[in-house]
Design a protein around this ligand. Structure first.
Ligand code: URP
Ligand code: ZN
Ligand code: ZN
Length: 465
């Protein structure tokens, strides 16, 4: 099947130019001016007049069906990937989770079983490590050989996912040898737990207590600490879901002294604030870790995206229903399952708030939502590019399309939206994955189970600026 996308404006991280794009089978076969006039034929034509032609979005931080305290994040790979596709994302990397005391292998096998045949999008995995010991360190090498080269460790959640500094350092030493990448959830969990216990003892049990306990200072401290550990080990480090000015200052300072420190932020930190946590128990809808921050941190995060101290935006999609799931924390904010739904909204929110809002260029938008994620996680130029030979993961994107975000119309399997009522400019007319149209004018037209596992190689992060 050959599809010719005509008359669009190809927008890449490097620049924009009018061109036609020929898709042959699963890949891009030609990019050039007036291909039809030059005699190029196809089975189908997509007229992209007035539209952008951009690489499909890549969300490198999702949690489909993540088990948390006996319940599961609501989106399956099927529902979550479909929702992502509706929002212009064509690739996801999800976090396979090790159960404490069990081999990494079990966690990875579980995640393969969840995703295979169910994900409509191509997908990869990072591995979340709850234990660092001789056995799991050895398993890291094996996982890399199987196409899972990144490992998330936590300075948060004592007793569950938490690793002390010496364990983190040992894992970093291992990646110095095997080429893997350590990803860090950087908050000072032990101190947060003391403050949280004090708050609850003093009768502060509402969701706002979650924000009060998790000070940005403790994110900044942990971010600086793990970067210093990585510098000592001589390896790159990637900070996940960076939320605050304090943490960004640590990353910026590290990059200014030449350290290989990388970081993502998330839409919730760019568009929401701690004010959303403060509305009685309704605030439970906005409980995630790190928590939402005072509004004035947002400008710093946008600055970081402009100056490349933040390399990309991922969602940390981890949806729990308000009714029956978030409600488990009534009377004690520590029992509210952490995580927010947003996999469907990232691409368009970044276009609206970023490009339409005048904060970033349309080329930088493509970079932070697709190209940089592909480069950071070993998928470029197969993914994240409009180039000959790349997978035909393409959005025909209307920069003037409008929608109002609402739980009533979204495709995520969750009973509320954190962006309810947001009016968004920009949306995908066509979402194509490996040459197959998945979504056309907001309607699902793709086959079930279209996604494939992406076996990824290690990345030389010294080559990423
Ligand atoms: O609150 C969050 N972020 N939940 C998902 C798990 C994690 O730490 O990324
Ligand atoms: Zn985390
Ligand atoms: Zn996460």
């Amino acid at each position: 099947m050959r599809t010719l996308i005509t008359n669009g404006l190809v927008v890449t991280a490097d620049g924009s130019y009018p061109a036609d794009v020929l898709v042959d089978g699963e890949t891009i076969a030609l990019v050039g001016a007036d291909l039809a006039a030059a005699g190029v034929t196809a089975d189908a034509t997509l007229d992209a007049t007035g539209k952008y032609v951009v690489p499909g979005g890549i969300d490198v931080h999702t949690h489909m069906e993540l088990p948390v305290g006996g319940i599961f994040a609501k989106d399956t790979f099927e529902s979550g990937s479909k929702a992502a596709a509706h929002g212009g994302t064509t690739t996801i990397i999800d976090f396979a989770a090790q159960t404490k005391g069990r081999p990494l292998r079990d966690g990875l096998d579980t995640w393969h079983a969840k995703a295979a045949g169910n994900s409509v999008l191509d997908y990869g995995f990072h591995m979340m490590m709850a234990d660092v010991n001789d056995a799991t360190l050895a398993e890291m090498d094996q996982l890399i050989a199987e196409g899972v080269p990144d490992f998330k460790l936590f300075t948060a959640y004592p007793g569950v996912q938490y690793s002390p500094d010496d364990h983190i350092f040992r894992a970093m030493q291992r990646t110095r040898r095997n080429g893997g990448l350590i990803m860090m959830h950087a908050e000072n969990g032990p101190v947060i737990d003391v403050i949280a216990a004090d708050l609850v003892a003093a009768g502060m049990t509402d969701p706002i207590g979650h924000g009060m306990a998790r000070s940005p200072i403790l994110e900044g401290e942990a971010t600086n600490r793990v970067i210093r550990l990585a510098e000592t080990a001589g390896v790159p480090v990637y900070i996940v879901h960076l939320s605050s000015r304090d943490a960004l200052e640590a990353v910026t300072a590290a990059r200014n002294r030449g350290a290989m420190a990388f970081a993502e932020t998330c839409p919730q930190y760019l568009f929401l604030s701690v004010d959303d946590l403060g509305n009685g128990f309704e605030g439970a809808k906005y409980v995630c870790s790190p928590p939402l921050r005072p509004k004035d941190h947002q400008a710093d995060l946008w600055r970081g995206l402009r100056t490349d101290d933040l390399q990309l935006v991922a969602t940390d999609h981890c949806p729990f229903d308000f009714h029956g799931q978030k409600e488990l924390g009534r009377g004690d904010f520590r029992k509210i399952p952490n995580g927010l739904p947003s996999v469907e909204d990232r691409v368009d929110l970044l276009h609206d708030g970023g490009v339409v809002g005048g904060r970033i260029s349309r080329e930088r938008w493509v970079e932070i939502m697709a190209t940089a994620p592909a480069k950071m996680f070993g998928m470029y130029p197969k993914k994240g590019a409009i180039a000959v030979g790349s997978d035909a993961d393409i959005l025909v994107y209307d920069p003037n399309r409008r929608r109002t975000i609402s739980a009533a119309t979204h495709h995520m399997n969750v009973d509320y939206s954190i962006f309810e009522g947001f009016e968004i400019q920009g949306g995908s007319d066509v979402v194509m994955s490996r040459g197959t149209v998945l979504v056309r004018d907001g309607a699902w037209v793709g086959p079930a189970g279209h996604g494939r596992f992406l076996r990824r190689d290690v990345t030389d992060h010294a080559r990423i600026s």
